[in-house]
Design a protein around this ligand. Sequence first.
Ligand code: APR
Length: 234
Amino acid sequence: MLSQWLKDSNYTVVLTGAGMSTESGLPDFRSSNNGLWTKEDPSKIASTEALNQNVEMFFEFYRYRVLGLNEAHPHKGHEILAKWEKAGLIKSIITQNIDGFHSEAGSENVIELHGTMKKVHCQTCGKEYGNEKYAKEEFICECGGTLRPSVVLFGEMLPEDALMKAAEESEKADLFIVLGSSLTVSPANQFPLIAKQNGAKFVIINMEPTELDMFADLVVNERKIGEVLKELDK
Ligand code: APR
């Protein structure tokens, strides 16, 4: 059914979450077995409060994530999505992920709602560096300011241009596919509903149930995204 919907659709939009990158070896946040937020409280460690009140712990947490990210790479599922974009099967990817894997795999129309952990920037002067600064435990800018990953921290607003573009894409979608997200975090979890309200078919491919399953036209649980995409790609 989904492969037919993909073929029949004129404007397919994909929303990805951390479940898209677990098969690359990166932990997600809320998977019951080893999600990051089952061990740490995000508001205490991935927030502006942590950056301002507990910067040593903040540095350590994000250095650990940068080291993990720099060892990992996009998997076959990312490559299939990039191929589908080139074939016109999908028009854009809205991602909550900060790993840059969609672009690295060749996808072009990628909207990064939560920024990127491939880069860090100075809190004071805004100068950007590659994330290897954190790998090398260099946390201070040439100007003396503090360097932080260019991700959206808890307590921060999302980039306005990404929000606008994601809303535009969601309104244009006639098929909206979620891959690997618990859909617990807003405003990312609003985009499937915008698409649905505009008449799109709404599909969720996610190992575990999500908060929006009851609104979906098709839910695929207990299946790995990489396998489902390979099957659809036949
Ligand atoms: N195949 C299918 N589903 C998977 C796979 C996989 N290989 N691996 C994990 N999943 C599912 C999990 O069951 C989980 O429900 O992906 C979902 C990931 O959900 P979260 O861990 O909540 O990640 P996400 O939805 O992206 O979180 C949103 O929260 O912490 C913030 O900014 C962070 O972008 C993140 C946001």
